[in-house]
Design a protein around this ligand. Structure first.
Ligand code: PMP
Length: 389
């Protein structure tokens, strides 16, 4: 009888979840999926490749030569298609790594790196602003994880030294984004590499927002570090490359280990071969079309000047320009006003960014022209009023 009474008092799933959503609504944190509208200042399609004739043609060509839409099985069973092999060979050659492994998404690829490679007894020192995908991978890892202050190489070294002083005997892993997704700033990769070398550690560089935009031929900000025996990098394919997926680059032994031990690779259907074929084309565009990158880079310079004038804050020097406003409601109101004027600028709220730092995340892409960019900044000036702290 007692049990039945307890069951009666337990909230139903509907009550439980709607209560949680109501709490998010009260805190102005409720999210919903909105259709795309207005000029693109919100996507990561930095080079405008997602809708490009080149990639559309690559998809048609791949279909015409019989590339299947679905892989049908795990990579370890019947799922490996020649398009996966070719993409991985070409990606390794392009990025300058010994080997590459293609996953269906950047998120799962990044989580897989951290869940699989660091071992019990190791230490992962990660930047405090590292992406959610790294956090989820670290949660699955048996290694200890500790945050270091954003872009503070000394804090990373201090964490490693403190761990060693307390008897840490494993391997340190340093986890960073080369270009931070919500702040648009750049990691001190060379300083961190020296620290990794000094402590017999490994660098894991998430190039998600730099691939295709920075580095020689768009190979990323850590291009000069690729090929080293203690560097693993992630190049996502759904942002500047305009398609989907994530390519893990690193020493061949790392690839072999992932093939044997990485659960999201072993127990999942392989990525679409058709998508792999289009990513191959995206890498070719990246390697050969210098014009798109040059156009984006000059947009970054011009828009950066406007941004600095308007906000009184230095521009990031990258295609990601955050306007930190602070309060969630204020950031939402400015974004709504820009949306009403036809500019797709999104407010980013905690927990994606730290408490009290709700912001607009302005992305520069080749999907809009300079005239529209100038008009957006004029509207932003108007909408901001005295919203800036
Ligand atoms: N890393 C970073 C830094 C990202 O910003 C993202 C995407 N938001 C990912 C990884 C995940 O990549 P994908 O979108 O390809 O899953």
């Amino acid at each position: 009888m007692k049990e039945i009474a307890a069951i009666r008092h337990r909230a139903t799933l509907q009550e439980d979840l709607s209560g949680r959503l109501a709490a998010l609504t009260r805190r102005k944190r409720l999210r919903s999926l909105e259709p795309r509208a207005g000029s693109d200042f919100a996507s990561n399609d930095y080079l405008g490749l997602a809708t490009s004739p080149e990639l559309g043609q690559a998809a048609r060509d791949a279909i015409a030569r019989g590339v299947p839409v679905g892989a049908g099985a795990s990579r370890l069973l019947r799922g490996t298609h020649s398009e996966h092999d070719l993409l991985e060979q070409e990606a390794a050659a392009f990025f300058g790594a010994e080997a590459a492994l293609y996953f269906a998404g950047g998120f799962i690829a990044n989580a897989a790196i951290f869940a699989t490679l660091p071992q019990r007894g190791d230490l992962i020192v990660h930047d405090e602003l590292i992406h959610a995908s790294a956090h989820d991978g670290m949660r699955l890892s048996k290694a200890e994880a500790v945050a270091a202050r954003h872009n503070d190489a000394q804090a990373v070294e201090d964490a490693i030294r403190a761990w060693r002083a307390h008897g840490g005997t494993g391997r340190p892993w340093i986890a960073v984004e080369s270009l931070y997704s919500m702040d648009g700033d750049i990691a001190p990769l060379d300083d961190l590499m020296v620290i990794a070398d000094r402590h017999d550690g490994v660098m894991v560089i998430d190039e998600a927002h730099a691939t295709g935009v920075f580095g020689p031929s768009g190979r990323g900000l850590g291009a000069h570090l690729e090929g080293r025996s203690n560097v693993v990098s992630l190049h996502t394919c759904g942002k500047a490359l305009g398609v989907a997926g994530g390519i893990v680059c690193g020493p061949r032994i790392v690839r072999d280990y992932l093939v044997n031990r990485c659960r999201p690779l072993i127990y999942a259907t392989a990525p679409s071969p058709l998508t792999a074929a289009v990513v191959r084309a995206a890498l070719t565009v990246c390697a050969t079309d210098t014009q798109r990158r040059a156009a984006l880079r000059s947009r970054i310079v011009r828009a950066g000047t406007l941004f600095a004038e308007l906000t009184g804050r230095p521009a990031t020097g990258t295609q990601i320009l955050p306007v930190v406003i602070g309060r969630d409601e204020a950031a939402l109101a400015v974004a709504a006003s820009l949306m009403a004027n036809g500019f797709d600028v999104r407010a980013i709220r905690p927990p994606t960014v730290p408490e009290g730092t709700a912001r607009l995340r302005i992305c520069l892409t080749l999907n809009v022209d300079d005239h529209t960019t100038n008009a957006m900044f004029a509207a932003l000036h108007e909408a901001l009023g005295d919203a800036l702290p």
